[in-house]
Write a protein that binds this ligand. Structure first.
Ligand code: SF4
Length: 353
């Protein structure tokens, strides 16, 4: 049975009509659910026909996931583990902003991941399945409720959790549409970032939506051969091809693409590699986010990666800045509960009891 979180306004309207109830209630009912994470609050109940609420309560579960665990890190980052109806689990993360009333969310798009990035914990469990649009929406609603419970507002979300979002477009785009739309999730396109390892057709599909989203591309190396060692998906699309797609996004959407670069000692952090990266960025107005490596144990192919030293990382950033590239270090959030980038994974056995 589909949960309410899976439905668009049009789908809910059709369901109401099939029940012989006016479909004019569909938008308001769904909006209330997105606003409160409940079907209806007691103070609102009188606004809906009793027969409608009864029918929904008996035939349409609100959500299909349940909260399995919740962990809070020393820096206030909260990691939520949701159990899906089939027993799989996914993680999403709430990160408090430096502004006291705001926070940001990191959402997963797949159970596991097929991209096999060598330094990523998610990759170690392999790919299980795509998340449905409702499972993605439910992560958003949970994080929004979590933020509210600590007196903050969930202001931005990024699809940077488990999985490659652009390999799950069929469910990702409808979920984003409902989360971003003014009359449902109300987050707004500008508050949403999609992060990819560089799936070129997916970047073009995102460009074609016309939504004013942010795009982040994980490149992690300035040349194709180093990149292919770290991200096997790099063999499928070369950096030139990926950056050309990112250029198309930037031109159409008018907002700088973010290039993510995780600094690994002795692998991609040499000054010469910073020069190569600066050459790649060239006149593009793209921004570089430099990430500190969060140890995940042995890589998939047996390499034991180490984060760059502070000295090497500072020098790398200095070379970029001297060449006119806008580069920032991104703060690691929640590493003590394995909530930082690349550390998310399935925690529990996936087979239902
Ligand atoms: S870094 Fe992202 S794309 Fe790569 S394996 Fe991990 S979850 Fe997948």
């Amino acid at each position: 049975m589909n949960a309410l979180s899976e439905l668009t306004v049009a789908e809910l309207a059709r369901r109401l009509s099939a029940w012989g109830i006016s479909d004019t209630h569909a938008r308001r009912l769904l909006r209330t659910f997105y606003r409160t994470n409940e079907l209806v609050q007691a103070s609102d109940a009188a606004r809906f026909p009793a027969v409608l609420l009864e029918r929904v309560r008996s035939e349409l579960p609100l959500r299909s996931t349940t909260l399995a665990t919740r962990q809070v890190a020393s820096d206030g980052t909260t990691k939520i583990l949701l159990r899906l109806a089939d027993g799989h689990t996914v993680e999403s993360v709430l990160m408090p902003d430096f502004r006291p009333d705001r926070s940001a969310g990191c959402l997963s798009s797949q159970v596991g991941c097929a991209m096999s990035c060598d330094f990523c914990a998610t990759a170690q469990g392999g790919f299980q399945r795509n998340l449905t649009s409702g499972e993605i929406v439910e992560q958003f609603l949970n994080l929004r409720g979590e933020a509210k419970s600590i007196g903050r507002e969930l202001r931005t979300i990024v699809f940077m959790g488990m999985g490659e979002p652009l390999l799950n477009l069929d469910h990702l785009l409808p979920a984003i549409e409902r989360i971003g739309a003014n009359d449902l999730g109300g987050l707004g396109w500008r508050q949403i970032t999609v992060s990819t390892v560089g799936i070129v057709p997916g970047i073009d599909a995102l460009t074609a939506t016309g939504w004013n989203l942010h795009l982040a591309v994980s490149i992690h190396a300035p040349d194709d051969s180093t990149r292919a060692r770290l991200l096997p998906s790099g063999r499928r699309y070369g950096l030139d091809e990926i950056l050309a797609a990112a250029d198309r996004f930037q031109v159409r959407r008018g907002r700088p693409v973010i290039l993510q670069y995780c600094l690994l000692a002795g692998v991609n952090d040499a000054p010469g590699q910073a020069q190569q990266l600066a050459d790649l960025v060239g006149r593009r107005r793209m921004h570089v986010n430099l990430l500190r490596y969060n140890p995940t144990g042995m890589g998939l192919r047996g390499s034991a990666y180490q984060p760059s030293t502070d000295q090497a990382a500072t020098h790398f950033a200095g070379v970029l800045k001297d060449r006119g590239v806008v580069a920032h270090f991104r703060r690691s959030r929640g590493p003590d509960i394995d909530a930082a980038c690349g550390q998310l994974r399935q925690r529990f056995a996936t087979a239902p009891g």
